[in-house]
Design a protein. Structure first.
Length: 414
């Protein structure tokens, strides 16, 4: 079973977005565009309705107006935009790149039209690993770093030991971290570095093998930080931009069985926050930017104690003012928020807000910090909330329908 099929629930009937031709391109006064990636309707790469969908965004009422969609047959997962807003990069979350069995996933580059938000294809590269699920670009747009998650399924292999006895063993996909140089025109060069993770954890399904699930750069690009939910590790890699490579600086082993999934740095204080998928919790760490080490401050659950059903938290974001942090709960179908003590990094005062849909995978906050968009994968909708800057509370504003299986949401202010 691959990771995509395991996480999906029964699909709902949806109306496909118009993709045969561009609609009349629309810009708003603020020229804010929203890019939303989608998994395909069927198995990864099958059934259509995947790709990337571009919208204009109205700050006044939180509404989205569809501009155009591309690559409906591609099973796009995480996307990121270069810091100069020129390029968009996306991982194709599959195992059969270019329709070749077990050839891994793909990474794609697009140039962004600053006037209307439209995307034009530049090139693509194989990620050299199955089901890439996260990518990040450095501030100078020189490097892409990608987490190759691998699938949950295995193949059986029979071996004969020296004593003559036969034994059945399981082989899993590699979980790995890959680096790709970016050229001045936004095109992606072939891979220059690959680190294959090892180890496992105690969760009977998620942790039979390594599963790198997120990679982010530190604020000064000195480190690339990778969460591996399969082996309970957070790895800090030193970044060598001249040679387009990484080197392991330190490896932090979390509490056994928590499954660290996504991470985010505080905007101005020395804190790193990690959401833990296997146990529904969020951890605050103090970050040593010189040595690439972290020290746990505190951990709080992302769901109420009264909730006993299955829940898998996913994404994590810090408010631009640095006072609040948010996480998404798939199962409880909510966004949890915590206050952040600016002096010591401690998390307090959890609040839970229903997302008006099902299975919130990723979400994002406007640069102004006043609005949040949440992608609801199993209801094919995106919910918009206003954010109270005083206490971080969310208030539901409206919902946009007919957005197929939204995965990742990115804003661009042109």
């Amino acid at each position: 079973m691959n990771r995509r099929l395991f996480l999906e629930r029964s699909s709902l009937g949806i109306i496909g977005l118009q993709t045969s031709a561009f609609q009349k391109l629309i810009t708003t006064e603020s020229k804010t565009f929203v890019y939303i990636s989608s998994w395909t309707k069927g198995a990864p790469g099958q059934g259509g309705e995947g790709g990337i969908h571009v919208f204009s965004f109205n700050h006044n009422d939180g509404s989205l107006k569809h501009i155009h969609s591309i690559e409906s047959e591609l099973n796009f997962g995480n996307i990121c935009i270069s810091h100069d807003n020129k390029f968009l990069f996306a991982v194709e979350e599959i195992k059969d790149f270019n329709h070749k069995t077990s050839s891994g996933g793909g990474v794609y580059a697009y140039i962004i039209n600053q006037q209307n938000g439209s995307l034009s294809f530049i090139n693509k590269q194989p990620t050299m690993g199955a089901f890439p699920c996260y990518l990040s670009v450095d501030k100078e747009t020189k490097l892409l770093v990608i987490a190759n998650h691998g699938s949950y399924d295995s193949i059986m292999k029979t071996v004969r030991r020296e004593n003559g006895n036969y034994e059945v063993i399981k082989n899993y996909d590699d979980g790995s971290v890959a680096v790709f140089p970016i050229n001045e025109d936004g095109s992606i060069s072939p891979i220059t570095y690959l680190d294959i993770h090892e180890g496992s954890g105690t969760h009977p399904f998620f942790q039979q093998s390594p599963h790198p699930h997120a990679v982010i750069f530190s604020k000064d690009d000195s480190f690339a930080v990778v969460c591996d939910k399969g082996n309970d590790s957070i790895t800090f890699y030193s970044v060598d931009k001249n040679n387009s490579k990484l080197s392991v600086k330190t490896v932090y082993k979390t509490t056994v069985g928590v499954g660290p999934r996504h991470a985010v740095f505080h905007p101005h204080a020395p804190y790193l926050f990690v959401i833990n998928e296997a146990v529904s919790s969020l951890t605050s760490y103090r970050f040593d930017a010189i040595n690439g080490t972290i020290t746990e401050i505190n951990t709080l659950p992302t769901i109420p104690s009264s909730f006993i059903d299955t829940n898998y938290p996913a994404d994590i974001r810090v408010h631009p003012n640095g006072k609040f942090i948010y996480g998404s709960n798939r199962g409880h179908d909510s966004i949890v928020s915590f206050e952040i003590d600016q002096n010591i990094g401690k998390l307090t005062n959890p609040l839970f807000t229903a997302i008006q849909g099902k299975t919130p995978r990723e979400f994002n906050i406007t640069a102004s910090g006043d609005l949040m968009l949440v992608g609801n994968q199993d209801t094919n909708t995106v919910s918009c909330f206003s954010i109270d800057a005083k206490n971080g509370a969310l208030k539901f504003l409206k919902k946009t329908d007919n957005i197929p299986k939204p995965v990742c949401i990115q804003f661009l202010n042109s």
